[in-house]
Design a binder for this molecule. Structure first.
Ligand SMILES: Cc1cc2nc3c(=O)[nH]c(=O)nc-3n(C[C@H](O)[C@H](O)[C@H](O)COP(=O)(O)OP(=O)(O)OC[C@H]3O[C@@H](n4cnc5c(N)ncnc54)[C@H](O)[C@@H]3O)c2cc1C
Length: 387
């Protein structure tokens, strides 16, 4: 592989690869079968300091930035592992870092950096709202020095494996707000206190092992001091945090894509049918080459978006475009890898069917492809809004 960004953060990449080698295919296959959380893997990443690279040194992190974080998650995925169980520990704290008070940052960030506190649950999506976040209806009513939260969230990943959750609620009903995007607020919910005291978490089994859940709020009391930023401005804070999320998930797709290309190439060289390696047939080698080209191109866009983010420049469109290109490239690579393996691609022991299911998620979450195309059409190209 000769593309430039493979050279970035070589020591970090090497260390991540070594760590991941301790968690080979059978580890993930067993977890996948039972939909179990990869606790040992997450602990290893935490102890190695890989999940705190975005936290500034002043708060106990390494402050390396998104470029380093993309290298870490790409290598995790290229190694056949999956960062979905913990990637949010890297970036969810961004809402707190950017919009929290000094007291909140001092109270939480150093403990998030050590891994003593897990802030890896991010509660936005609701069954009735879909991608139109302004339609959320989970409501926080002020009652003295508390908010009282009622409502429901869906697809909230890792809530059972998190101590804290960044939660988006309405504090003013949509109809009473000046603009649809006004009147939403962000609360930092202490899940250790909340569960059983107004919050119920129910796991949702999905086609991949992603520890996702639905949440039910019934008069959950959250101290007012846990409001992040200004009441009513929460939608803007959440949007701010989404660029990092999209860029990091795109890096995971790049890692998946490279995993598939590596595996497909190796198998095409080794598997002999009709007395020669299947990779000698152009019908087999061209899709693998195409997958490599697509991954390499997407990788450049992802690195461009990460560089913009790290230099404090606007990167919303680039983050979206990188995520779309990377998720489509990894899906094509996965399909190609499966096809290259013939029947063996479907066997659990090869890890390809598992990675194939895992990488499919990223054309839907955290934002679906159509919504990215709509953003590009209206915000980049100036075409009329359709909704
Ligand atoms: C495994 C998993 C984990 C997740 N984890 C989290 C999490 O931790 N926290 C969280 O808050 N959310 C999470 N999500 C939710 C995820 O972000 C949403 O599923 C995603 O944003 C899509 O929203 P939706 O499912 O409501 O689809 P919908 O908004 O209902 O859309 C359905 C389809 O219609 C298309 N569509 C909708 N409107 C338009 C339009 N105007 N034009 C063209 N096409 C349109 C969409 O592109 C999509 O393909 C997770 C989801 C999954 C599946």
């Amino acid at each position: 592989m000769s593309i430039a960004q493979d050279q970035s953060f070589p020591e970090i990449r090497d260390a991540v690869r070594k760590l991941c080698a301790r968690f080979p295919g059978p580890y993930w296959q067993a977890l996948d079968r039972d939909r179990t959380y990869p606790t040992a893997f997450v602990e290893a990443l935490t102890q190695a300091g890989f999940l705190s690279v975005l936290i500034p040194e002043a708060y106990g992190g390494s402050g390396l930035g998104l470029g380093a974080a993309t290298a870490i998650l790409e290598e995790v995925h290229r190694s056949g592992c999956n960062g979905g169980a913990c990637h949010a520990q890297m970036y969810t704290m961004g809402t707190l870092l950017k919009h929290g008070s000094e007291a909140q940052k001092a109270a939480y960030l150093p403990r998030i950096a050590t891994g003593e506190l897990r802030l890896q649950a991010f509660g936005v999506t609701e069954p009735g709202a879909g991608t139109d976040t302004t339609r959320i209806s989970t409501f926080a009513r002020r009652d003295g020095d508390h908010y009282v939260v009622n409502g429901q969230k869906l697809w909230i990943s890792r809530a059972e494996h998190s101590d804290l959750m960044v939660l988006l609620v309405r504090t003013t009903a949509r109809d009473d707000a000046t603009k649809a995007s006004d009147g939403m607020s962000v609360l930092l919910v202490d899940l250790r206190e909340a569960v059983g005291n107004g919050l119920t978490i129910r796991p949702v089994r999905t086609m991949l092992n992603h520890a996702t859940t639905e949440l039910f709020f019934e008069d959950l009391r959250v101290p007012v001091e846990n409001l992040i930023g200004v009441e009513g401005q929460g939608f803007r804070y959440i949007l701010d945090g989404m660029n990092a999320e999209r860029i990091l998930i795109a890096a995971e797709c790049i890692g998946d894509g490279k995993f598939f290309v590596d595996r497909a190439s190796a198998y095409a060289l080794e598997r002999e049918v009709f007395g020669r390696p299947i990779g000698q047939n152009q019908g087999v080698q061209f899709p693998i080459a195409r997958a490599h080209v697509q991954i390499a191109a997407a990788d450049l866009m992802v690195q461009h978006a990460a560089a913009l983010f790290d230099s404090g420049q606007p990167c919303g469109s680039e983050a979206n475009m990188g995520k779309m290109l990377a998720s489509e490239a990894s899906w094509f690579a996965g399909d190609t890898c499966l096809q290259t393996h013939g029947g063996f691609g479907f066997a659990e022991a090869y890890d390809i069917e598992r990675k194939f299911r895992e990488t499919r998620l990223y054309q839907v979450a955290p934002i679906s492809t159509n919504l990215i195309l709509s953003h590009v059409a209206t915000h980049v190209l100036g075409l009329p809004k359709s909704f």
